[in-house]
Ligand binder design. Structure first.
Ligand SMILES: [Zn+2]
Length: 469
């Protein structure tokens, strides 16, 4: 295998704490050496001047739709979208058809991921049989399978019965696995179309109250505390949920949490367009929630940014709001949305670190109908670049095992790396996405930060912004 020298970049490696100029020598799929001015003899030199080199991104929460809805996405198209987004590892949720609730399906998904070979695929197994919420799936068998599943979720659906969640948390302690819950009290969200608040009242759409998320988060935290099991909270979207997680972490509960790029950047104001591309579950919340989730990400209450990449076929999604399924694409835009919305440092030359803003930001994005999604844009930063990268790489690795990913970028480790231009701007065009679906809420938006190369075990999956397969 080839020898590559990534030369002259800014290496940001949260696992080792390194943030500064360094060359990275890759040999035979592994990092061979890291340091200043490395010898390029026998190596192909890749000029990384002005670029950031970091561990490949890790996405804890994607929907790849295979098996069952290959018209919306496949493991291959989703893997390609991920690689283009700078990812080297993704964790597909089990709500496929058939449901990934047994060793056979999780092994098939992992094997297909290996065959495609663009990212490492770490499947999430279902907690209950068929995600029906009535009996536990074969968690042990999935953990022992070739897919070595260590994360289970009924995502898309909450685990309604506290007794079952308790059993799952107790049982998975034996193999140190994690239960990832989609926190939603279904009895409060029957028929809900969007976040419950002023905008839903004005539009006359049935609301999904923040309390329906927060009461399940509170229950889950109590059960994690009771059992000593490992809990992960999917797509935290409300200020109250952030506060509950912060308090629970403070008293030592074994909990980790993720937030989605759209919950960090868009509000329920987007629903005024009635464009179903903005329909998602949990729904886009209010500005104060976006602010709280951002601050939770900044102080580490929220460990990871996870996309909840949810591709839908056009004929399903491009219908009237009330009948459209919830969900948004995320893999190809997550890094740029994070850099644009959360990181102050606008250019590699701007060296002054920007402190987080203590109060709510008070600038609005473009109004609906002007071509872009309404956003809570912040001109300066909530996160410094290194922290943002941590939440996309090393942070996810705290939530579940993703061996070989998330750094450190150190001699002997697999060369799973992303290289991006932190200053380059580009405009999202849904027609040019690698995903089979088109439902990005960021179509037409100008974003800052562009993936240049992605390497999986030392081989380019993306080179100069182009997928290699
Ligand atoms: Zn979910």
């Amino acid at each position: 295998m080839s020898r590559l020298l990534l030369k002259g970049g800014r290496l940001v490696d949260p696992a080792s704490g390194h943030d500064g100029p360094a060359d990275v020598l890759v040999d035979d799929g592994r990092v061979a050496e890291v340091g200043p001015e490395l010898d390029a003899t026998g190596a192909e030199v890749v000029d990384c001047g002005g670029l950031v080199v970091c561990p490949g991104l890790v996405d804890l929460h994607v929907h790849l739709r295979e098996p069952g809805r290959e018209d919306a996405e496949t493991i291959e198209t989703g893997s390609r979208a991920a690689a283009l987004g700078g990812y080297t590892a993704v964790c597909p949720m089990p709500n496929t058809d058939p449901v990934a609730d047994n060793a056979g399906v999780v092994e098939m998904v992992a094997a297909r991921g290996r065959e495609v070979g663009l990212v490492d695929v770490f499947p999430v197994g279902a907690v209950t049989v068929g995600q029906r919420g009535s009996e536990l799936a074969e968690l042990g068998a999935m953990a022992r399978s070739a897919a070595r599943v260590d994360c289970f979720s009924d995502d898309g659906l909450p685990i309604r019965e506290a007794r079952l969640l308790r059993l799952a948390l107790e049982y998975t302690r034996a193999f140190d696995a994690v239960i990832a819950d989609h926190a939603q009290d279904a009895s409060l969200t029957d028929g809900a179309q969007m976040h419950e608040g002023e905008v839903s009242a004005m539009l006359g759409l049935a609301g999904w109250p923040a309390a329906a998320e927060e009461m399940v988060v509170a229950r889950d935290l109590l059960l994690a505390e009771l059992t000593g099991g490992r809990l992960h909270l999917c797509h935290v979207s409300t200020g109250g949920a952030v506060e509950l997680v912060r308090a629970a972490k403070g008293r030592g509960v074994r909990v980790t949490a993720e937030a989605a790029p759209h919950h960090l950047s868009l509000t329920d104001e987007a629903a005024r367009s009635y464009d179903p591309v903005f329909k998602v579950n949990p729904p886009l919340r209010e500005k104060a929630d976006v602010e709280a989730v951002r601050l939770g990400l900044a102080d580490g209450t929220i460990d990871a940014i996870a996309t909840d990449h949810a591709p839908h076929a056009r004929e399903d999604k491009e219908v009237e709001w009330s009948t459209a399924p919830p969900g948004m694409l995320g893999l190809e835009t997550a890094l740029a949305v994070t850099l644009t919305e959360l990181v102050g440092d606008p250019a590699p030359g701007a060296r002054d670190p920007q402190p987080p803003i203590p109060g709510p930001p008070n600038r609005e994005g473009s109004p609906p109908g002007s071509g872009g999604a309404p956003a809570v844009h912040s001109p300066s930063g909530y996160l410094d670049l290194a922290t943002a990268i941590e939440r996309l790489t090393t942070g996810p690795g705290r939530c579940r095992r993703v061996p070989g990913h998330g750094g450190p970028v150190a001699p002997g480790t697999p060369a799973n790396l992303a290289v991006f231009d932190p200053a380059a701007t580009w405009t999202v065009d849904r027609a040019r996405l690698a995903s089979r679906a088109r439902n990005t809420p960021f179509h037409g938006r100008e974003l800052r930060g562009r993936v240049v190369h992605t390497l999986l075990r030392g081989a380019f999956t993306v080179r100069d912004g182009l997928a290699q397969r």
